[in-house]
Design a protein around this ligand. Structure first.
Ligand SMILES: [Zn+2]
Length: 416
């Protein structure tokens, strides 16, 4: 399996200029290949690949860039075409692939298989046709480095992302299965009756984002003050991202460590069901983080020999998890689910998680033993690593998890 490691790099001013130049050439090539493909839709990936070699003769500028990097431009184009095709297949209205008109739209250089080398002694990353860049190797890379991506983030910091082939390390079986409902109040509510609090820092940082944004709107566009405030805004977003990622990494690790099978709703179908609704900034960010959470689960599951199942979200909230009756007029504000047929009364999201578990296992399987209580776990406990029960993974940036203390649970929502 491929794992990505992120390291900070410090390119000199002149190297930065070279990288920018390479990015420009790659963007030019991307647009050129897209143009050829648009003119002649029959072209396949091999054809556009060959076009690069031919175009190099007419345009020697291209030779400034390492040949594998140019090849990855073709890869990127085909990756985008494929992603677009899949969106179409899923019923999304999508237009044609757009040309990358400004340099802000082309931000990564990708070396694959060759053209790069990490010198562990001098702590430098050597890139063919670019030069040597100081790198902070804050952790060891285990496995074979397949490629590296160079990127400047909006904060102005430069990073190298190494793609490393690693042997999967299957975890011992737990013989446990879980259904997870993704929510707003509880970030996850699962069929074992655990509710993981939605981290409050998201709200706090969002307030700050709104403040800075308001501030920015008062500044004259292009002025020094405007630029300063804009950078501030980017930095707050960056902070939010880092906090969010830390939380999501640990929460997903918790589920991977404790369950053989993890069942969730397929958000691609779900977002279509809810399409057309106006989304607030908070909701937008939450949505993005759910996707990220699922991706992290999928990614970690691959290495750990676990299974992640995505089910159709239809009726997961409206169906009674006890008898299967569908309560059609359940409102979003109804926090307690009540079934008029069998009398089952249960927290709404908990009910959904039980339905998700059922759909993932097939209707015939009834989950063993329902717990009447929902237990809330604060995000602090997640971030501090107090909820991990086994096989702790070494964390990046050297912040090891604490020894498991077992769950500290506080009963919260009572389903009477
Ligand atoms: Zn019922």
């Amino acid at each position: 399996m491929i794992r990505t490691y992120k390291f900070r790099i410090y390119p000199s001013k002149s190297i930065q200029r070279t990288i920018e130049e390479h990015l420009n050439i790659c963007r030019y090539l991307y647009n050129y290949l897209l143009e050829q493909k648009t003119k002649n839709p029959k072209l396949n990936k091999m054809d556009t690949q060959k076009l690069i070699t031919e175009h190099k003769r007419e345009n020697p500028e291209l030779k400034k860039v390492h040949s594998k990097v140019l090849q990855m431009v073709n890869n990127k184009l085909w990756g985008n075409l494929k992603a677009l095709g899949e969106l179409k297949k899923n019923g999304f209205k999508v237009g044609k692939l757009r040309f990358k008109s400004s340099k802000n739209h082309y931000k990564t250089l990708e070396y694959n298989q060759s053209g790069f080398k990490i010198d562990y002694n001098t702590k430098k990353l050597k890139l063919s046709k670019i030069g040597e860049i100081p790198i902070v190797l804050h952790r060891n890379i285990k496995g074979e480095v397949k490629g590296v991506i160079i990127k400047k983030e909006p904060t102005g910091k430069w990073f190298a992302f190494f793609q490393v082939e690693e042997e999967p390390k299957p975890l011992p079986k737990t013989n446990k299965v879980v259904g997870i409902d993704l929510g707003i109040d509880g970030y996850t509510i699962d069929s074992d009756g655990n509710k993981f609090e939605n981290p409050k820092f998201i709200d706090k940082t969002l307030d700050k984002i709104k403040r800075v944004q308001k501030n920015l709107s008062r500044k004259v566009k292009g002025s020094n003050n405007y630029k300063k405030t804009k950078l501030k805004l980017i930095k707050v977003y960056d902070k939010l991202n880092n906090q969010k990622n830390d939380f999501l990494h640990k929460l997903s690790r918790y589920y991977i460590n404790n369950y053989d099978k993890i069942i969730l709703e397929d958000l691609n179908i779900k977002s279509m069901v809810e399409n057309g609704k106006c989304k607030t900034l908070n909701r937008h960010i939450l949505d993005g983080s759910w996707r990220k959470f699922i991706n992290l689960l999928l990614y970690k599951a691959e290495g750990a020999g676990r299974e992640v199942i995505l089910v159709n979200p239809h009726y997961t909230s409206k169906k009674c998890s006890n008898c299967g009756h569908v309560v059609k007029d359940l409102k979003l504000s109804d926090r307690i689910f009540f079934c008029p047929v069998c009398g089952w009364k249960i927290d709404r999201d908990y009910n959904a998680s039980l339905n998700i578990l059922k759909s993932g296992l097939g209707e015939s399987v009834v989950p063993a033993e329902r717990k009447p209580l929902l237990q809330t776990i604060s995000y602090k406990e997640v971030v501090l690593g107090q909820v991990f029960s086994m096989n702790q993974e070494a964390l990046p940036e050297g912040r090891g998890l604490r020894k498991p203390k077992g769950f500290r649970l506080t009963p919260s929502v009572r389903a009477e």
